[in-house]
Design a protein around this ligand. Sequence first.
Ligand code: HAM
Length: 417
Amino acid sequence: MPDFKTSPGTRDILAPHSARWRAFQNIFATNVEAAGYSYIIPPMFEDLDVFLRLGEATEVVTKEMYDFHDKGGRHIALRPEQTASVCRAFVEHRPTTPWKVWYSGPNFRYEKPQQGRYRQFDQVGIEALGVDDAFLDAEVIALASSFYAALGLKQVELSINTLGDSGDRENYSQLLALYFSKHEEKLTAESRATLARNPLRVLDSKREPDQEVIAGAPRIRESISNSASEHFAAVLRALDALNIRYKINDRLVRGLDYYRRTTFEFVSTSLEAAHTAIGGGGRYDGLVEALGGPATAGIGFALGLDRTLLACDAEGVFVAPSTDVDVFVVDTVNGEHAHELCHQLRAKGIKADRAYDLRSIKAQMKSADRSGARFALIIGSDEVSNSTVMLREMVLGKQHLVPRNEIFSELSHLLKK
Ligand code: HAM
């Protein structure tokens, strides 16, 4: 017999965790819709070329892409993130700016699976296109930070940096290449390989032997334009005005190549080192242009749903909401009464379930117990003859007869208590 299991790096999300996921998405939607962001549902796959704009030197593109040729010969990739898709959608539909959207859904990266790192992982995020204003940078960061607070998370640190304008980034990259090449022999083999691809990413290395060389590397601050540093200063002032605490980390380069100016990352201090980044984002002012659109500013963030929930577990907050029904209907006559009554209860917005296959009253009461329902409605032949129902309060074990036509008002009253 075949022994089918989920593919490595993927999981089934079952109740009660699945209810927690939905609650997570709902809270996020409420928060960002209150700030003028509307919902966008981009496709889960695009032409590979869309994602090549993430940077051909990034690991997301070179090593982690799920790409294939479809039956029509198109080179397709499953989305590794959604910013590129949102920008592609902007170019395709040309909405009026500012265009503020939010999204939620799975992404795919061929990474080494471990706790907090999956091959299919969910993100929620926002993107705002067409605005250069530093107040928007601060608004975007503030929305992420208030969302974490809404979940009850306290141990979240915000790191922020600027990568300057596109020319600044290139110059800095060359400066780093020169510096790291001079000290190449002190770098680990992994960092030497990274250096050949993308000198900026060497700064990301957490490997101990690299730290001394990294500590002496030139700083981005020394090579950015006046306008980029003024923008950064304005972002910090706008964050201060909202009392949002941050740490400036001039080694923060992030894993995707489209970033310009403001970049930021949220780290949970309650998680293990390997997967502490629970969200991140920044400006990507050249991305729309790279996808064939007009020069358009853009900024956004994405939060890893899976990792943020791990942080919630570590802090003991945002527990799974109850998925229990309100009422369990026990029918010992023929099942038809439960069939009709459940239908009527559900139509009135009362969560109701029942047992099937005309099982014994004992077995049905066991199921009622397991369902977590506060009340059982028990219907036997006496109740049918008298047009009544026995209403049992499950925890107290108290029960009383209720006329059939008064069930809804009685239950609505009791459920409010
Ligand atoms: P990112 O940093 O690649 O940015 O991903 C954002 C978040 O998604 C990470 O902080 C992490 O929580 C989660 N994440 C990433 N990879 C995995 C994985 N393999 N398993 C579990 N969680 C993961 C972006 O994706 C950008 N699109 C963010 C952005 C939006 N920048 C501007 N706008």
